[in-house]
Design a protein around this ligand. Structure first.
Ligand code: DC
Length: 213
């Protein structure tokens, strides 16, 4: 079984995906991390994220240790990830890896949970469960600011809000696999919903599908 979780940043995708994977004993892949690793390598080499050919070379040459870099959550890397993700050739270079993970989850697990922007629409259009998590941009910027402060980093709310709006615009407005719900996705707005309620709702759907409903 494949569970696809898409949505904008800080909508709660990662928390939900991790909890589902633990509850169902499925493998978990945070696909944003792959784009972040490409963005980080591009910046580290002094290349421009706008250069699609250069970014695609880094994507084709991605190693598992690149996913362990300490700077993957830093704001410049977030913006670079969103920029490199807009290039078709970068997305194409990363597609096979994601599909392989979903089709043959590591550790012989019976299923996989993938979170990202285009899992239900492009990477795994046949996923048995598709969820699109969203929330108001203000609520998401609030959550991201809190997360940054908890990590001991500076968080100026208006700046966090602006960066989130920039990333939303780029991720939703690009021609290649834009962020949007699949036609058959369950859309959950988490602005007023706590993470336990989101988890219980999606777990119930997944369990119903697993038992043949
Ligand atoms: O989920 P995240 O914030 O870690 O993702 C970082 C960036 O990567 C995001 O701004 C857009 C891009 N991304 C994408 O285009 N497709 C995905 N499946 C996952 C992430």
């Amino acid at each position: 079984m494949i569970i696809a979780i898409d949505g904008p940043s800080a909508a709660g995708k990662g928390t939900l995906a991790r909890r589902l994977a633990a509850a169902l004993d499925f493998a978990f892949l945070d696909t944003g991390l792959i784009y972040r690793a490409v963005g980080a390598k591009v910046l580290a080499r002094g290349l421009a994220p706008a250069d699609g050919a250069a970014a695609a070379r880094e994507a084709a040459d991605l190693r598992s240790q690149d996913l362990e870099r300490a700077d993957l959550r830093a704001e410049p890397v977030s913006q670079a990830a969103s920029e490199v993700a807009a290039h078709r050739e970068v997305r194409a270079a990363l597609l096979a890896f994601q599909r392989r993970f979903a089709a043959a989850p590591p550790g012989g697990k019976a299923g996989a949970v993938l979170d990202g922007r285009d899992i239900g629409t492009v990477v795994c259009p046949d996923a048995e469960v598709k969820v699109f998590l969203t929330a108001s941009v203000e609520a998401r910027a609030e959550r991201r600011s809190k997360e940054l402060r908890e990590r001991g980093e500076e968080a100026i709310y208006p700046r966090v809000l602006q960066e989130m709006q920039d990333r939303d615009t780029r991720d939703s407005g690009r021609a290649a696999a834009p962020l949007k719900p699949a036609d058959d996705a369950i859309v959950l707005d988490t602005t007023e919903m706590d993470s336990d309620a989101v988890f219980e709702t999606v777990l119930a759907v997944a369990q119903a599908r697993l038992s043949g409903d």
